[in-house]
Ligand binder design. Structure first.
Ligand code: ADP
Length: 348
């Protein structure tokens, strides 16, 4: 009964009514003794069936199905591309079930879409709040130093140079934030196309170590390759973007590394991919921070990270770049022991 098509329903209703009419007419002739000709007893229910069937079908079509069709077509138009062929609807199809299914599906999809939009909207609001907060600090600092200098500090030998130096440091910070934001926005809008080429990963890693040598020397940190690392290994990737990943990860390992510590790089051949692990023996992080670590502006220890000159965007950029290569990145860490960031690249 549940999956009866409308045409079946009309057939059943008019059929039952006609059968009842036949029984009544038969009863009248047999029991009540009414003299009715045979063709009337059979003909009337037949005429009733045929006219009832067409009349009910017509009314159903006119007053219910045409309206249901409009709903069905609207939903179909909303979800199907313009050139997609429409499914024609006929009264003898079980459109009510179709429509019910389509409406439920459609509602589910719309609810998901709305949830997605809501969450991206709150993400956007949070992001704008974060950006203005991050920009405010160096701007206020610069304002403070410059105003003090204008108000006479310029002639005070004790502060004039150091204030100018501090103002310029804050300007550097401002410019680093803006640069990182620009990179993120390019990565997110896919405006930045990757220049995938074959190159020797070990050579690139050595270049990154050389560039960060001075930063490492300040904390007496050694930058090393793990003993069993290959002397050369070719990968397919965007060399400059991978350089950025390695620079951010190695620079973090120094920033959050301990005095006289070690940063080591392990390179592992894994069939199709190469796994790269950058390990430090620095301050490490508690487990609870790890799932959110790659979010924009997420910092474990806010004041410490800012003191280190971080923008809070480094790891977010790293993740974007790795994912743009269709590869993955992960992190393991223990407080007081150190951290390991591992990511993969396609082997050439
Ligand atoms: P930042 O510019 O603040 O360094 P990142 O996005 O590079 O921003 O890193 C986010 C946060 O993750 C840092 O503020 C720091 O708290 C933590 N972090 C990153 N790398 C390490 C590491 N190697 N050891 C300990 N903590 C780290």
């Amino acid at each position: 009964m549940k999956n009866l098509s409308p045409r079946d329903l009309v057939f059943t209703v008019t059929g039952s009514l006609s059968f009842m009419l036949l029984l009544v007419l038969y009863g009248l002739t047999r029991i009540a003794g009414l003299q009715l000709p045979f063709w009337v007893v059979l003909g009337l229910p037949l005429v009733n069936f045929v006219t009832g069937y067409f009349l009910l079908s017509f009314l159903l079509e006119k007053f219910i199905y045409r309206r249901v069709k409009v709903v069905y077509k609207t939903i179909n138009n909303l979800k199907a591309p313009k050139n997609a062929t429409q499914m024609p609807l006929r009264i003898n199809e079980d459109i009510l079930s179709n429509v019910e299914r389509e409406v439920v599906d459609w509602t589910k999809r719309q609810t998901q879409e709305i949830e997605k939009l809501k969450s991206s909207d709150s993400y956007r609001k949070e992001f704008i709040g974060n950006v203005s907060h991050e920009l405010k600090t160096p701007i206020f600092n610069i304002q403070g130093y410059i105003h003090t200098l204008i108000d006479g500090g310029l002639y005070d030998e004790k502060i004039n140079k150091s204030y100018l130096y501090k103002a310029s440091q804050n300007l550097d910070r401002l410019s680093a934030i803006v640069e990182d934001l620009e990179t993120i926005s390019q990565l997110e809008t896919n405006a930045l196309s990757l220049d995938i080429r074959k190159f020797d990963f070990v050579k690139l890693m050595k270049e990154v170590f050389e560039n960060l040598e001075m930063q490492a020397d300040l904390k007496d940190i050694s930058l090393l390759f793990k003993e069993d690392s290959p002397k050369t290994i070719n990968v397919m990737a965007d060399r400059e973007r991978v350089r950025q990943v390695l620079t951010n990860l190695t620079s973090n390992s120094i920033k959050y590394g301990k005095q006289q510590g070690t940063t080591s790089v392990g390179i592992y051949d894994m069939h199709d991919n190469v796994l790269i692990e950058i390990t430090d023996d620095g301050i490490g992080m508690a487990e609870e921070h790890l799932p959110r670590l790659f979010e924009r502006f997420y910092r474990v220890d806010k004041s410490r990270a800012r003191d280190q000159g971080g923008t809070g965007l480094g790891l977010s950029i790293v993740k974007h770049i790795v994912e743009a290569h269709h590869q993955t990145i992960n992190v393991r860490s223990t407080v007081g022991v150190g951290s390991t960031f591992g990511f993969t690249l396609k082997k050439a």
